[in-house]
Design a protein around this ligand. Structure first.
Ligand code: NAI
Length: 389
């Protein structure tokens, strides 16, 4: 159970690129990173508008001279300080992730990057190489993967409680963009513009989340081939899709599907992952993250509740309040940031034994998501044909 005891003897000196005052996602990064005293926010290039970034950073308590107009000047100035930052989080629109991550690694920083990590497999390979060369980690904020019951599912799948895995159904299908809201909303505008998001909208923005959760629940899940069909129901979004279906075949003989949508009118998130085995199934839904459905063929449905003693040790390890009290996305992100800090510290100490079995969404997870989106686009654009992965 997490109870506030500092997991490290020190706090990592930390900065942010993006995540400014008007951003959607900046606050949850700061809240998660600072929750367990593993990171101290000391610097930032928080905003594309330097003046706004300075005003916001100082309002957060960052020294004015460490609120920078852009990431290049931040990395250079911080590297010249004895007390310069050791890690940086990247929470900017997608088209900037690759360049900022590369510059951060080159400046000797550990990185936490938003998804998608970048746009192409080549870029992801380069980041993976650079991360190894510089001995610095890249953590990817697949934030939902920090929910404890996902790890309960992983342990149950690994222990064979479901039997052989046959079917993996995934969806992330919200309704918030069923109209052209981008005409008014700047946070949505860049999401439907290929200059900012590359080759896909919902496949990269939404589907990579349940894909990573499924890969976490079923550790050896590898997509062998896939077939994707994508549509732009709001025509002005073409060639980017606001709805997509993907059929998948996995290396272990299992099959699966993904529905990603931003036009599922009336739906809040509908992010669900259903793992079907030969004996039993598990289902997890991000709108009710404290419950995991466990269905054994021929028996009544069981709802496993977060924080209860009957869960496995891994699922209880990150419990913060015990069962009954609802935990949510902020706690899930805090669990990830805590793990990012432990991985950064172990990397700095050269503790390969610790790192060998230590789970967190790492650069390989980032690469897998990028490659999957690339293959989906390749399939859809060739007329929805099967492509090898
Ligand atoms: P947003 O548009 O609401 O905010 C972007 C922020 O970055 C703004 O503060 C903007 O001024 C700043 N910015 C833009 N370019 C910059 C630059 N070159 N240097 C410094 N600051 C810059 O975007 P939002 O929704 O916060 O998304 C940011 C990233 O987070 C995206 O990659 C998105 O995919 C990801 N995201 C991830 C989620 C998750 O669950 N992991 C959920 C929502 C977003």
């Amino acid at each position: 159970m997490i109870n506030g005891i500092k997991p490290l003897g020190h706090s990592l000196r930390w900065g942010m690129v993006g995540g400014g005052g008007t951003s959607q996602i900046g606050y949850i990064h700061r809240s998660a990173a600072q929750r367990d005293s593993t990171f101290t926010l000391l610097a930032g290039a928080f905003d594309i508008d330097a003046e706004r970034g300075l005003a916001f950073g100082t309002a957060l308590g960052v020294q004015p001279e460490r609120c920078y107009p852009d990431y290049e000047s931040m990395f250079a100035a911080e590297a010249a300080r004895e007390d310069g930052i050791q890690a940086v989080s990247v929470a900017t629109p997608n088209n900037t992730h690759f360049a900022i991550c590369r510059a951060a690694l080159q400046a000797g920083l550990h990185v936490v990057c938003e998804k998608p990590l970048c746009f192409t497999t080549e870029e992801a390979d380069e980041l993976e190489r650079l991360s190894a060369e510089k001995n610095k980690i890249i953590g990817v904020t697949y934030g939902y993967a920090g929910h404890q019951l996902i790890h309960q599912a992983r342990e149950m799948v690994t222990a064979g409680e479901l039997g052989e895995i046959r079917i993996v159904n995934m969806q992330f299908a919200h309704g918030f963009h069923n109209e052209a809201v981008e005409l008014q909303n700047p946070s949505t505008r860049w999401r439907v513009d290929p200059r900012f998001v590359g080759p896909s909208y919902v496949l990269g923005d939404l589907a990579t989340h349940p894909l990573f959760i499924a890969e976490t629940m079923v550790p050896d899940l590898q997509v062998k081939r896939l077939l994707c069909a994508r549509q732009s129901f709001i025509e002005s979004r073409a060639p980017l899709e606001d709805n997509a279906y993907v059929l998948m075949e996995f290396a272990n003989g299992a099959v699966g599907s993904m529905w990603a949508s931003a036009v599922n009118s009336g739906s809040m998130h509908s992010q669900k992952i259903r793992i079907v085995g030969a004996k039993a199934s598990l289902e997890w839904w991000d709108e009710q993250p404290n419950q995991l459905r466990y269905e054994v063929q021929g028996e009544p449905v069981r709802i496993l509740e977060r924080g209860m003693g009957y869960l496995n040790a891994r699922a209880l390890e990150e419990d913060r309040i015990s069962g009954g009290h609802a935990e949510g996305l902020f706690e899930a992100w805090s669990n990830l940031y805590r793990r990012f800090a432990l991985a950064m510290d172990a990397t700095d100490r050269g503790d390969t034994t610790f790192l060998r079995d230590f789970w967190y969404p790492d650069v390989h997870a980032g690469l897998a998501g990028v490659r999957w989106v690339e293959n989906c686009v390749r399939s859809a654009d060739a007329g929805s044909v099967w492509v090898e992965c």
